[in-house]
Design a protein around this ligand. Structure first.
Ligand code: NAD
Ligand code: DAU
Length: 368
Protein backbone atom coordinates (compact mmCIF):
# COMPACT_ATOMS: atom_id res chain seq x y z
CA UNK A 1 0.00 0.00 0.00
CA UNK A 2 1.26 3.51 -0.80
CA UNK A 3 2.38 5.45 2.26
CA UNK A 4 0.41 8.65 2.84
CA UNK A 5 2.83 11.55 2.79
CA UNK A 6 1.32 14.86 3.82
CA UNK A 7 2.55 18.34 3.16
CA UNK A 8 1.17 20.46 6.00
CA UNK A 9 1.52 24.14 5.18
CA UNK A 10 1.54 26.49 8.19
CA UNK A 11 2.31 23.55 10.49
CA UNK A 12 4.18 25.77 12.96
CA UNK A 13 1.07 27.88 13.56
CA UNK A 14 -1.68 27.27 16.09
CA UNK A 15 -4.01 24.83 14.32
CA UNK A 16 -1.29 23.41 12.04
CA UNK A 17 0.88 22.36 15.01
CA UNK A 18 -2.08 20.77 16.77
CA UNK A 19 -2.93 18.96 13.53
CA UNK A 20 0.64 17.61 13.15
CA UNK A 21 0.59 16.21 16.70
CA UNK A 22 -2.89 14.76 16.16
CA UNK A 23 -1.94 13.15 12.86
CA UNK A 24 1.40 11.63 13.94
CA UNK A 25 -0.27 10.09 16.94
CA UNK A 26 -3.27 8.72 15.05
CA UNK A 27 -1.43 7.62 11.90
CA UNK A 28 2.12 6.80 13.06
CA UNK A 29 3.18 5.22 9.75
CA UNK A 30 2.26 8.31 7.68
CA UNK A 31 4.97 10.84 6.83
CA UNK A 32 4.35 14.50 7.67
CA UNK A 33 6.36 17.27 6.01
CA UNK A 34 5.70 20.76 7.37
CA UNK A 35 6.29 23.81 5.18
CA UNK A 36 6.21 27.03 7.19
CA UNK A 37 7.68 30.51 6.64
CA UNK A 38 7.91 31.09 10.42
CA UNK A 39 6.20 34.46 10.36
CA UNK A 40 5.53 36.14 13.74
CA UNK A 41 2.73 33.55 14.19
CA UNK A 42 4.85 30.49 13.48
CA UNK A 43 6.77 28.81 16.30
CA UNK A 44 9.06 25.88 15.70
CA UNK A 45 8.92 25.06 19.42
CA UNK A 46 5.24 24.18 18.97
CA UNK A 47 6.52 21.18 17.00
CA UNK A 48 9.42 20.21 19.28
CA UNK A 49 7.86 16.95 20.43
CA UNK A 50 7.62 15.82 16.78
CA UNK A 51 11.22 16.70 15.85
CA UNK A 52 12.66 13.27 16.82
CA UNK A 53 10.05 11.35 14.87
CA UNK A 54 11.69 9.88 11.72
CA UNK A 55 8.37 10.34 9.91
CA UNK A 56 8.46 14.10 10.48
CA UNK A 57 10.36 16.79 8.57
CA UNK A 58 10.29 20.55 8.99
CA UNK A 59 11.04 22.77 6.00
CA UNK A 60 11.48 26.49 6.54
CA UNK A 61 10.04 28.10 3.42
CA UNK A 62 7.28 30.11 1.84
CA UNK A 63 4.23 28.74 0.01
CA UNK A 64 4.83 31.51 -2.53
CA UNK A 65 8.07 29.75 -3.52
CA UNK A 66 6.55 27.55 -6.23
CA UNK A 67 9.88 25.89 -7.12
CA UNK A 68 10.37 24.83 -3.52
CA UNK A 69 6.82 23.47 -3.32
CA UNK A 70 7.28 21.66 -6.64
CA UNK A 71 10.54 20.08 -5.41
CA UNK A 72 8.92 18.99 -2.16
CA UNK A 73 5.92 17.44 -3.90
CA UNK A 74 8.19 15.46 -6.21
CA UNK A 75 11.10 14.73 -3.85
CA UNK A 76 8.95 13.63 -0.93
CA UNK A 77 6.32 12.00 -3.17
CA UNK A 78 3.64 13.97 -1.39
CA UNK A 79 0.11 12.73 -2.14
CA UNK A 80 -1.83 14.95 0.30
CA UNK A 81 -1.62 18.67 0.98
CA UNK A 82 -3.32 20.07 4.07
CA UNK A 83 -3.22 23.81 3.63
CA UNK A 84 -3.26 25.85 6.85
CA UNK A 85 -0.68 28.54 6.01
CA UNK A 86 -2.28 31.96 6.16
CA UNK A 87 -2.23 35.37 7.67
CA UNK A 88 -5.00 34.75 10.18
CA UNK A 89 -5.60 37.79 12.40
CA UNK A 90 -8.47 40.10 11.44
CA UNK A 91 -7.04 43.16 13.25
CA UNK A 92 -3.77 42.88 11.34
CA UNK A 93 -5.68 42.58 8.06
CA UNK A 94 -7.31 45.94 8.81
CA UNK A 95 -4.02 47.76 9.42
CA UNK A 96 -1.97 45.86 6.79
CA UNK A 97 -3.97 43.91 4.21
CA UNK A 98 -1.15 43.34 1.68
CA UNK A 99 0.35 40.31 3.43
CA UNK A 100 -3.12 38.72 3.46
CA UNK A 101 -3.44 39.00 -0.29
CA UNK A 102 0.12 37.71 -0.79
CA UNK A 103 -0.14 34.61 1.39
CA UNK A 104 -3.84 33.80 1.43
CA UNK A 105 -4.62 34.47 -2.22
CA UNK A 106 -1.38 34.39 -4.22
CA UNK A 107 0.17 31.78 -1.89
CA UNK A 108 -2.82 29.45 -2.16
CA UNK A 109 -2.73 29.87 -5.92
CA UNK A 110 0.98 29.01 -5.99
CA UNK A 111 0.23 25.78 -4.10
CA UNK A 112 -2.62 24.92 -6.45
CA UNK A 113 -0.39 25.52 -9.49
CA UNK A 114 2.34 23.30 -8.05
CA UNK A 115 -0.17 20.57 -7.15
CA UNK A 116 -1.67 20.70 -10.64
CA UNK A 117 1.73 20.58 -12.25
CA UNK A 118 2.94 17.57 -10.26
CA UNK A 119 -0.28 15.62 -9.79
CA UNK A 120 -2.14 16.33 -13.02
CA UNK A 121 0.27 17.50 -15.70
CA UNK A 122 2.83 14.90 -14.57
CA UNK A 123 0.09 12.32 -15.24
CA UNK A 124 0.74 10.71 -11.90
CA UNK A 125 -1.57 7.76 -11.40
CA UNK A 126 -1.41 8.06 -7.63
CA UNK A 127 -4.50 9.29 -5.85
CA UNK A 128 -4.01 12.77 -4.39
CA UNK A 129 -5.86 15.27 -2.20
CA UNK A 130 -5.62 19.01 -1.64
CA UNK A 131 -7.44 19.88 1.57
CA UNK A 132 -8.01 23.58 2.07
CA UNK A 133 -8.56 24.88 5.61
CA UNK A 134 -10.88 27.88 5.63
CA UNK A 135 -13.07 29.88 7.94
CA UNK A 136 -16.71 30.66 8.71
CA UNK A 137 -15.87 34.37 8.29
CA UNK A 138 -16.30 34.05 4.51
CA UNK A 139 -20.08 33.97 5.08
CA UNK A 140 -20.15 37.42 6.68
CA UNK A 141 -22.09 38.46 9.76
CA UNK A 142 -25.35 37.08 11.22
CA UNK A 143 -28.21 38.90 12.95
CA UNK A 144 -29.40 37.54 16.31
CA UNK A 145 -32.14 35.37 14.79
CA UNK A 146 -30.53 34.40 11.50
CA UNK A 147 -29.97 30.69 10.85
CA UNK A 148 -26.37 29.51 11.27
CA UNK A 149 -23.98 29.34 8.28
CA UNK A 150 -24.58 26.28 6.09
CA UNK A 151 -22.41 25.19 3.17
CA UNK A 152 -24.76 26.93 0.71
CA UNK A 153 -24.91 30.27 2.58
CA UNK A 154 -23.80 32.95 0.09
CA UNK A 155 -20.32 34.38 0.62
CA UNK A 156 -20.24 37.94 2.07
CA UNK A 157 -16.77 38.51 3.54
CA UNK A 158 -16.39 41.80 5.42
CA UNK A 159 -12.71 42.14 6.39
CA UNK A 160 -9.59 42.00 4.21
CA UNK A 161 -8.80 38.72 6.05
CA UNK A 162 -12.14 37.08 5.25
CA UNK A 163 -12.11 38.46 1.70
CA UNK A 164 -8.68 36.92 1.13
CA UNK A 165 -9.87 33.57 2.53
CA UNK A 166 -13.00 33.75 0.35
CA UNK A 167 -10.81 34.35 -2.71
CA UNK A 168 -8.68 31.33 -1.82
CA UNK A 169 -11.79 29.16 -1.38
CA UNK A 170 -12.96 30.14 -4.86
CA UNK A 171 -9.57 29.33 -6.39
CA UNK A 172 -9.58 25.88 -4.77
CA UNK A 173 -13.08 25.25 -6.08
CA UNK A 174 -12.09 26.42 -9.56
CA UNK A 175 -9.05 24.12 -9.70
CA UNK A 176 -11.36 21.19 -9.04
CA UNK A 177 -14.05 22.28 -11.48
CA UNK A 178 -11.71 23.26 -14.31
CA UNK A 179 -8.72 20.93 -13.96
CA UNK A 180 -10.05 18.05 -11.88
CA UNK A 181 -7.76 18.61 -8.90
CA UNK A 182 -9.03 16.41 -6.05
CA UNK A 183 -9.91 19.04 -3.45
CA UNK A 184 -11.95 19.31 -0.27
CA UNK A 185 -12.53 22.47 1.77
CA UNK A 186 -13.57 22.91 5.39
CA UNK A 187 -14.90 26.17 6.85
CA UNK A 188 -14.54 26.23 10.61
CA UNK A 189 -15.61 28.48 13.47
CA UNK A 190 -13.34 30.09 16.11
CA UNK A 191 -10.74 27.71 17.54
CA UNK A 192 -9.09 27.78 20.95
CA UNK A 193 -6.56 25.56 22.70
CA UNK A 194 -2.80 24.99 23.09
CA UNK A 195 -0.22 26.93 21.01
CA UNK A 196 -2.58 29.76 20.04
CA UNK A 197 -0.69 32.99 19.44
CA UNK A 198 -1.63 35.43 22.21
CA UNK A 199 -3.04 38.10 19.95
CA UNK A 200 -6.30 36.13 19.73
CA UNK A 201 -8.98 36.76 22.34
CA UNK A 202 -8.69 33.72 24.65
CA UNK A 203 -4.89 33.47 25.12
CA UNK A 204 -4.62 37.28 25.19
CA UNK A 205 -7.08 37.45 28.07
CA UNK A 206 -5.35 34.67 30.02
CA UNK A 207 -1.90 36.29 29.70
CA UNK A 208 -3.18 39.78 30.43
CA UNK A 209 -4.78 38.52 33.65
CA UNK A 210 -1.50 36.85 34.65
CA UNK A 211 0.35 40.14 34.01
CA UNK A 212 -2.26 42.49 35.46
CA UNK A 213 -2.87 44.16 32.08
CA UNK A 214 -6.24 45.47 30.99
CA UNK A 215 -8.62 43.13 29.15
CA UNK A 216 -9.68 45.04 26.03
CA UNK A 217 -13.27 44.36 25.00
CA UNK A 218 -14.11 45.77 21.59
CA UNK A 219 -17.37 47.77 21.39
CA UNK A 220 -20.14 46.55 23.70
CA UNK A 221 -18.69 43.02 24.07
CA UNK A 222 -21.88 41.47 22.71
CA UNK A 223 -20.41 40.15 19.47
CA UNK A 224 -20.89 36.41 19.27
CA UNK A 225 -18.46 33.70 18.19
CA UNK A 226 -18.96 29.92 17.96
CA UNK A 227 -16.01 28.31 19.76
CA UNK A 228 -14.46 24.91 19.00
CA UNK A 229 -11.58 23.17 20.77
CA UNK A 230 -8.72 22.90 18.29
CA UNK A 231 -8.40 19.10 18.48
CA UNK A 232 -12.05 18.82 17.47
CA UNK A 233 -11.24 20.90 14.40
CA UNK A 234 -8.35 18.51 13.59
CA UNK A 235 -10.70 15.56 14.01
CA UNK A 236 -13.17 17.20 11.63
CA UNK A 237 -10.50 17.79 8.99
CA UNK A 238 -9.40 14.16 9.34
CA UNK A 239 -12.99 12.98 8.69
CA UNK A 240 -13.40 15.29 5.70
CA UNK A 241 -10.14 14.02 4.23
CA UNK A 242 -10.97 10.34 4.81
CA UNK A 243 -14.71 10.28 4.21
CA UNK A 244 -15.61 13.53 2.47
CA UNK A 245 -16.60 13.78 -1.18
CA UNK A 246 -14.04 15.34 -3.50
CA UNK A 247 -15.07 18.81 -4.67
CA UNK A 248 -17.32 19.41 -1.66
CA UNK A 249 -17.25 21.86 1.25
CA UNK A 250 -17.86 20.97 4.91
CA UNK A 251 -18.66 23.38 7.74
CA UNK A 252 -17.06 22.40 11.05
CA UNK A 253 -18.30 23.92 14.30
CA UNK A 254 -19.09 23.29 17.92
CA UNK A 255 -22.64 24.62 18.32
CA UNK A 256 -21.18 26.76 21.09
CA UNK A 257 -22.07 30.46 20.78
CA UNK A 258 -20.75 32.93 23.34
CA UNK A 259 -20.62 36.70 23.58
CA UNK A 260 -17.09 38.03 24.01
CA UNK A 261 -17.97 39.57 27.35
CA UNK A 262 -19.28 36.25 28.68
CA UNK A 263 -16.14 34.42 27.56
CA UNK A 264 -13.86 37.00 29.18
CA UNK A 265 -15.90 36.93 32.40
CA UNK A 266 -15.71 33.13 32.47
CA UNK A 267 -11.92 33.14 32.03
CA UNK A 268 -11.64 35.72 34.83
CA UNK A 269 -13.64 33.47 37.15
CA UNK A 270 -11.64 30.34 36.27
CA UNK A 271 -8.34 32.13 36.92
CA UNK A 272 -9.60 33.57 40.23
CA UNK A 273 -10.48 30.00 41.24
CA UNK A 274 -7.11 28.64 40.10
CA UNK A 275 -5.23 31.29 42.14
CA UNK A 276 -7.39 30.60 45.20
CA UNK A 277 -6.61 26.86 44.96
CA UNK A 278 -2.87 27.10 44.24
CA UNK A 279 -0.80 29.60 46.27
CA UNK A 280 2.23 29.10 43.98
CA UNK A 281 0.41 30.99 41.23
CA UNK A 282 0.53 34.20 43.28
CA UNK A 283 4.32 33.82 43.56
CA UNK A 284 4.66 33.14 39.84
CA UNK A 285 2.36 35.97 38.76
CA UNK A 286 2.48 38.68 41.43
CA UNK A 287 1.07 41.39 39.11
CA UNK A 288 -2.19 39.51 38.63
CA UNK A 289 -5.13 40.98 40.57
CA UNK A 290 -6.01 37.40 41.49
CA UNK A 291 -2.82 37.21 43.60
CA UNK A 292 -3.90 40.28 45.61
CA UNK A 293 -7.29 38.71 46.27
CA UNK A 294 -8.94 41.06 43.76
CA UNK A 295 -11.16 39.88 40.95
CA UNK A 296 -9.54 39.43 37.53
CA UNK A 297 -12.68 40.98 36.05
CA UNK A 298 -11.53 44.34 37.49
CA UNK A 299 -9.21 44.45 34.44
CA UNK A 300 -12.08 44.47 31.92
CA UNK A 301 -11.91 47.63 29.80
CA UNK A 302 -14.25 48.55 26.96
CA UNK A 303 -12.26 49.93 24.02
CA UNK A 304 -13.01 51.32 20.56
CA UNK A 305 -14.67 48.75 18.33
CA UNK A 306 -12.86 46.86 15.56
CA UNK A 307 -13.77 48.59 12.25
CA UNK A 308 -16.38 46.54 10.39
CA UNK A 309 -16.61 44.13 13.35
CA UNK A 310 -18.82 41.15 12.42
CA UNK A 311 -21.61 40.82 14.97
CA UNK A 312 -22.24 37.09 15.06
CA UNK A 313 -20.88 33.85 13.61
CA UNK A 314 -22.51 30.45 14.01
CA UNK A 315 -21.90 27.21 12.15
CA UNK A 316 -24.58 24.75 11.10
CA UNK A 317 -22.61 21.49 11.21
CA UNK A 318 -25.52 19.28 10.09
CA UNK A 319 -23.74 18.11 6.92
CA UNK A 320 -20.61 17.03 8.81
CA UNK A 321 -22.67 15.20 11.38
CA UNK A 322 -24.99 13.50 8.89
CA UNK A 323 -22.46 12.61 6.18
CA UNK A 324 -19.31 12.06 8.22
CA UNK A 325 -20.60 11.23 11.70
CA UNK A 326 -18.76 14.24 13.10
CA UNK A 327 -19.40 15.09 16.76
CA UNK A 328 -17.03 17.36 18.72
CA UNK A 329 -15.61 15.51 21.73
CA UNK A 330 -14.72 18.44 23.98
CA UNK A 331 -17.35 20.47 25.78
CA UNK A 332 -16.59 24.16 26.25
CA UNK A 333 -16.37 23.63 30.01
CA UNK A 334 -13.64 20.97 29.63
CA UNK A 335 -11.90 22.64 26.68
CA UNK A 336 -11.48 26.04 28.29
CA UNK A 337 -10.17 24.49 31.51
CA UNK A 338 -7.68 22.38 29.51
CA UNK A 339 -6.55 25.50 27.64
CA UNK A 340 -5.98 27.55 30.81
CA UNK A 341 -4.14 24.63 32.45
CA UNK A 342 -1.98 24.27 29.34
CA UNK A 343 -1.07 27.97 29.47
CA UNK A 344 -0.20 27.77 33.18
CA UNK A 345 1.96 24.67 32.51
CA UNK A 346 3.67 26.04 29.41
CA UNK A 347 5.07 29.36 30.52
CA UNK A 348 8.31 28.74 28.57
CA UNK A 349 6.32 28.51 25.32
CA UNK A 350 4.42 31.78 25.72
CA UNK A 351 7.39 33.61 27.26
CA UNK A 352 9.38 32.79 24.11
CA UNK A 353 6.51 34.14 22.03
CA UNK A 354 6.01 37.21 24.23
CA UNK A 355 9.65 38.20 24.25
CA UNK A 356 9.30 39.22 20.63
CA UNK A 357 6.39 40.47 18.66
CA UNK A 358 3.62 39.88 21.20
CA UNK A 359 4.94 42.37 23.68
CA UNK A 360 5.68 44.96 21.00
CA UNK A 361 2.24 44.48 19.49
CA UNK A 362 0.46 44.58 22.79
CA UNK A 363 2.26 47.70 23.92
CA UNK A 364 1.57 49.50 20.67
CA UNK A 365 -2.05 48.46 20.61
CA UNK A 366 -3.01 49.29 24.15
CA UNK A 367 -0.32 51.70 25.35
CA UNK A 368 1.36 48.93 27.47
P1 NAD B 1 -1.72 31.06 12.68
O1 NAD B 1 -1.63 32.51 12.33
O2 NAD B 1 -1.59 30.65 14.09
O3 NAD B 1 -0.62 30.25 11.85
C1 NAD B 1 -0.36 30.48 10.49
C2 NAD B 1 0.92 29.74 10.13
O4 NAD B 1 1.15 29.94 8.74
C3 NAD B 1 2.15 30.26 10.88
O5 NAD B 1 2.94 29.18 11.32
C4 NAD B 1 2.89 31.05 9.81
O6 NAD B 1 4.29 31.07 10.01
C5 NAD B 1 2.52 30.28 8.55
N1 NAD B 1 2.60 31.12 7.34
C6 NAD B 1 2.08 32.36 7.15
N2 NAD B 1 2.38 32.80 5.91
C7 NAD B 1 3.07 31.81 5.31
C8 NAD B 1 3.64 31.65 4.01
N3 NAD B 1 3.54 32.62 3.09
N4 NAD B 1 4.27 30.50 3.71
C9 NAD B 1 4.37 29.51 4.64
N5 NAD B 1 3.88 29.61 5.88
C10 NAD B 1 3.22 30.73 6.21
O7 NAD B 1 -3.10 30.55 12.07
P2 NAD B 1 -4.14 29.51 12.64
O8 NAD B 1 -5.03 30.19 13.60
O9 NAD B 1 -3.42 28.28 13.02
O10 NAD B 1 -5.01 29.23 11.32
C11 NAD B 1 -4.62 28.22 10.40
C12 NAD B 1 -5.61 28.19 9.25
O11 NAD B 1 -6.92 27.91 9.75
C13 NAD B 1 -5.73 29.51 8.50
O12 NAD B 1 -5.86 29.22 7.13
C14 NAD B 1 -7.00 30.15 9.04
O13 NAD B 1 -7.59 30.96 8.07
C15 NAD B 1 -7.83 28.91 9.33
N6 NAD B 1 -8.82 29.06 10.41
C16 NAD B 1 -8.45 29.53 11.64
C17 NAD B 1 -9.38 29.60 12.68
C18 NAD B 1 -9.00 30.09 14.06
O14 NAD B 1 -9.90 30.26 14.90
N7 NAD B 1 -7.74 30.32 14.36
C19 NAD B 1 -10.70 29.17 12.44
C20 NAD B 1 -11.04 28.72 11.17
C21 NAD B 1 -10.09 28.63 10.16
O1 DAU C 1 -14.29 32.51 12.95
C1 DAU C 1 -13.04 31.97 12.62
C2 DAU C 1 -11.97 33.02 12.77
O2 DAU C 1 -11.78 33.21 14.18
C3 DAU C 1 -10.67 32.66 12.08
O3 DAU C 1 -10.88 32.57 10.71
C4 DAU C 1 -9.59 33.69 12.40
O4 DAU C 1 -8.35 33.28 11.84
C5 DAU C 1 -9.45 33.82 13.90
O5 DAU C 1 -8.50 34.82 14.21
C6 DAU C 1 -10.79 34.14 14.54
O6 DAU C 1 -11.23 35.48 14.18
P1 DAU C 1 -11.88 36.49 15.25
O7 DAU C 1 -11.70 37.86 14.77
O8 DAU C 1 -13.24 36.04 15.61
O9 DAU C 1 -10.91 36.16 16.52
P2 DAU C 1 -10.26 37.10 17.62
O10 DAU C 1 -9.70 36.19 18.68
O11 DAU C 1 -9.38 38.13 17.03
O12 DAU C 1 -11.53 37.85 18.24
C7 DAU C 1 -12.60 37.13 18.82
C8 DAU C 1 -13.66 38.15 19.20
O13 DAU C 1 -13.16 38.91 20.31
C9 DAU C 1 -13.98 39.16 18.12
O14 DAU C 1 -15.35 39.48 18.19
C10 DAU C 1 -13.15 40.39 18.48
C11 DAU C 1 -13.09 40.31 19.99
N1 DAU C 1 -11.85 40.82 20.60
C12 DAU C 1 -10.67 40.34 20.16
C13 DAU C 1 -9.50 40.78 20.73
C14 DAU C 1 -8.17 40.28 20.23
C15 DAU C 1 -11.94 41.73 21.65
O15 DAU C 1 -13.04 42.15 22.08
N2 DAU C 1 -10.77 42.16 22.22
C16 DAU C 1 -9.54 41.73 21.78
O16 DAU C 1 -8.50 42.19 22.33
Amino acid sequence: MTQTTLLVTGGAGFIGANFVHYWLEKYPTDRVVVLDALTYAGNRTSLSSAEDNPNFRFVHGNILDIDLVDDLLRGEQINTIVHFAAESHVDRSITGPDAFIDTNVVGTHALLKAAKSVWLNGRSTLPHRFHHVSTDEVYGSLGPDDPAFAEDTPYAPNSPYSASKAASDHLVRAYHHTYGLQVTTSNCSNNYGPYQFPEKLIPLVVLNILHGKSLPIYGDGKNIRDWLYVEDHCRGIDLVMKKGTVGEVYNIGGNNEWTNLDIVTLICRLLDEAFAKDQILSQRFPSSPSSAGQKASSLITFVKDRPGHDRRYAIDATKCRAKLGYVPQESFETGIRKTITWMLNNEAWWRAVMDGSYREWLDKQYGG
